[in-house]
Ligand binder design. Sequence first.
Ligand code: CA
Length: 229
Amino acid sequence: MRLLIVEDEKKTAQYLNKGLSEHGFIVDIAHNGEDGFHLAQTGNYALIILDIMLPDRDGWSIIRELRRSGKITPIIFLTARDSVDDRVKGLELGADDYLVKPFAFSELLARIRTILRRGPDRQPETIRIADMEIDFLRHKATRRGKRLDLSPKEFLILWLLARHAGEVLTRTFISEQVWDINFDSDTNVVDVAILRLRKKVDDSFSTKLIHTIRGVGYVLEDRSEHSES
Ligand code: CA
């Protein structure tokens, strides 16, 4: 998962970069508003951490322009300002959260995770991974143009995995998201459903997309491009 940090204070940026990298994120950094805006506009980030007071262009202007152009990447404002007005303004402009410096890294991490897992309100309509295309609105998934015959539940699991492509999802997380009830320990249901889903998604193709991470859960990714992993 790739994150963008837009922060002119180099020490803070490095501190965030180090912490987030240690937690498995891939991090890009911009030290001024123009670079930050350009990366945010053109890159494909899971989330942006955005300072407000920046050289060239402030965080307000960046988020305003991004949202105006239809870019819905989640944004956490990170700032020394702490007035209620600023907080409200940030949220009104379309920020997803707001964190006032100084902050605990663990709190930022928790908020990032919450936003990334928040679910389907800002999802894209189609996702492409390798030769697979998933169209959420039409509930249709294809590989090499050939339609996969999925049940509604299987489709939802595939969509969930695809939205979090490259990220290991635990059985508990999958069951909470797809079945919408809290399983106690019976995550067998998930294994059975994934087994069936895999048959339909992967059996007839040489590039396997759904992978088991033993003892943890499942991940959807195209490993043919990532021979190092
Ligand atoms: Ca600043």
